[in-house]
Structures are given as C-alpha cells and as structure tokens.
Design a protein around this ligand. Sequence first.
Ligand SMILES: *Cc1c(COP(=O)(O)O)cnc(C)c1O
Length: 503
Amino acid sequence: MSDFVLEGEPKVVEPTIYDLSTPGRTGVTFPEPDVPRSDLPESMLRKNLPLPELAEVDVIRHYMHLSTFNYNVDAGFYPLGSCTMKYNPKINEDTCRLPGFLYTHPLQPIETVQGNLALMYTLQEWLKEIGGFAAVTLQPAAGAQGEFTGVLIMRNYHKSRGDDQRIKMLIPDSAHGTNPASASMMGLQVVQIASDERGNLDLKILKKECDDTVLGLMLTNPNTLGLFDEHVEEAINIVHDCGGLVYGDGANMNALLGIVRPGDLGIDVMHFNLHKTFSVPHGGGGPGSGPVGVVSHLADFLPSPLVDILEEADGEVAPLFGFITPEKSIGRMKAFHGHFGGGLVRAFTYIAMHGPDGLRQIAEYAVLNANYLQARVRDTYTIPFDRICMHEFIAEGRFEGSDIIALDISKRLMDYGFHPPTNYFPLIVHEALMIEPTETENKDTLDRFADALIKIADEAINDPDLLHNAPHNTKFGRMDEVKAARELVLCCWLPEDYENQTT
Ligand SMILES: *Cc1c(COP(=O)(O)O)cnc(C)c1O
C-alpha cells in the first residue's frame, strides 16, 4: 500500500504538444504561391504566435497515446445505469460512412436525396411500430430535447382546446433530472409524486394531485429503479381521467423492445434515445438523437418538417419522398433534420440488422443479465427494492459499521478494470449504485464484475483505506471532481508568458 497516489496527482507527467515542439520541424510544406503576394497590414499580424512545431507522425502519435487513457465501451465493461452503454456494432460505422449518406447536404433538392429520405421515412415507421405510436419526428438532438419537444406538444394540445389553466406537471421522485428541467423550461409547475414501498408510483398521492390544472405526468417505465411499475395502466388512467396527458421517458426502452409498446399502455408521447437503445455511440462519442413518438390526436402538433411519401409508387416508378409540415406544428426544434448520419443511419442499421425477433432478444437478454448480476450481489449489497428487475438494478453502496460510501466503491472498481456504475441516482436511494450491464456482455464478464463487487465489500470492512484512497491503478489518483467541474482549465499547455508574446 506504499504506492498510494496523492490526491489527483498524475503518476507519470505526460509531455504536452508544446514540450514535443522543435523549431523548424513541420508537418506540411506549402508550395510557392503562383499568384501575386499581398501583405497584410502590420497591425493585423501577430509577431509571435506560439504554435507547436511537429511532424505529422509526432502529432498522430501524441494524440493516439493520449486517447488510450480513455475508458470506453470498446475497452471494457461499462455498467453506467440509465445510460445503456451497450457495445456499438461496427457495421453501423460502415453504413454511416457510405458516400451517399456522408456527402449529401440538407439543402439539396429532394429528387437528389431520395435514398436518405427513404431511410428517414422507414425509421419513422419502425419507431412507430416499436413504440406503438401514430407518428414520429426524428428531429430532436437528444433525450432531453425530445422531452422538451414532447412537453411543448402537450401544452399546445391543451391550449388548442382552450385548456389554458393546465400548468402543473406531475413527476415521480425517481425521475431523471431532465424531466423536471424540461417541464420548468416550459414554465410549468413541477409537482413531485412519491414512490411507494415497492418502487411504484404512489397511486394515492397521484390521485390527490390530479385535477384540471394538471397538464400531464412524466413517467419513466421501467423507472430509474429498474422496476416495471406494477400499476402503470392504472396510473395512466388516473391522469387521463382528469384530462391530463402522459409523457413517457423512453430512455429505458432497452427493457421493452418487442415485448411492450408504450403506446399500447396509454402513453401519449415519448422520446426514444437512439444513442442508448439503438446503439448510437454516446458519452463523448458523438451526436445524440431523441426522436419523439405521439398518438394520433397529437400528430398534428409534431415539429416540422416530417418525411412523408409525396407521390405513391406507381408500377415500376418508385415513390417520391419529401417533407410535410403538420397542421398545428410546434415548429422546428433543430436545424435541418436531426443528426442524420451519426444518429439516424446508425440506428436504422441496428434495427435492420436485428429485425423484430432480434429486438425482442435484446430486451430479454438485457433483463436477464441485470437479474443475474442482482442475484449474484444480493447477499453482499443491500438491494432496497428487491424484486425482479428490468434492464438495471440499484444496490446501496454502504455497509453497516463502515464509513465507505458509493463513491469509494466506484473508484475501487476502476482498480479492477471496470467503469463504475452510476452513483447517487436515483436520489431516493441512499448511496445508490445504479448498475446496467446491457445485453451485450457475456456471463464471464458479469461474473468478473460480481466477483469484484463482492471482493470490494470485503475490503470495505477489512481494509477501508484501500477504498478511501482508490483508484490506485489509474493514471491519476482520486480527483477533486467539484474543483475540476467548477474551475475548468482548458489551456494548461499555453506558455506562461503567452499574453506577452502576442501583439
Ligand atoms: C439519458 C436519460 C435521459 C436524457 O437523455 P439525453 O439523451 O441524455 O438527453 C432522460 N431520462 C432518462 C431516464 C435517461 O436515462
């Protein structure tokens, strides 16, 4: 234990790109100009621009080396609850780089992008089928923007019926923070609904809050405890009976694919997270995508434009795809058509590769894996809502007679080579460890992870300092995360006298 690292101190100080710079070394040599030179005015020139000088290969090696410090789903197990960090099949990367997708521009005439439009139309149709909805927009850039889109649709629907007094959004206490954030951005009053002792929405409280000022309920099912609400249809009926609409947070669709359609349960509007359920990379990996599905009486309010068939196929002639604007559209939510290549093409590929049976299997294995892990750690960790879980479960990261907290356990997991689970969410569980293995992990990985958790529980009692000071095997020791977030330093490589060197 003598090789503990001081707080946040790197074990090896990596050279910056400036340290590697050698005057005169260059990555590119420009040819002599073949047009007359025209000099910029002296006042516009910087005399001393401190740019590093390196050959191309040195730059590549420097950044390649740094990139190996990143933990990612291609490097190892990543059980970050609620985020569905599943393996992203590499065929998605092939399709989204096909020249016809990659080199088109959103302002091209529709006749020249019929393939792209056909893909978007088909994806809309598939998401309608998967979610049980009447119409889908692909525009929103992420789940949170999907929520905002959905809540805006709900508000406009009520307003169009003269129901202006509906200002309250009911949100369970287990909800993701984006739910209350989306509702308050809309100027709505957020009313928190408690969960009952089985982790379901408390129906008595829900009933009490329902009246004609309720705009709707934002419901996550399975909820963020990883539990399927046992009275979900009853809860939805209660809200509908008082004239409210029900928003479904679809981030947890990985548990439902091919088994339950939220639209069939009575959900009126829901976002999908293509970057969770449908294997689009995320978490620094690139663009999110949060399509929104709605039932028929909300279809007129969707953002514009939507992709539709403008002229039906006629014998040998293919259909003509183009854009339409729904009659009472809330307007545009995003420039152009959402994240086309990075999000939509990848998700389309993923669904096409799996087909209906494959999608169902995804959900079945996601649920099986989570239940297997839960069963393996149940005797060691407190499971606050101990029943069959869906695609994720919550354990408490604390032990009787020990001052170890969830954060210590997570940091120690890094020493065993795992990405930590989500910590301290949902808020209603003390020292929450939210574990979502996903369907893409095999039994060996799940066993290794369970073994590590069990070993750490033993360390927590018998060698707590090992956890207090973890991680020990990473490039950096325990970080001051608050300081890192509040006092972000992005330019640490600039020479100290940078200001003086510029004119
Ligand atoms: C991820 C998530 C969101 C927000 O989605 P983003 O795409 O990150 O904006 C909302 N609700 C739940 C339950 C989530 O897990």
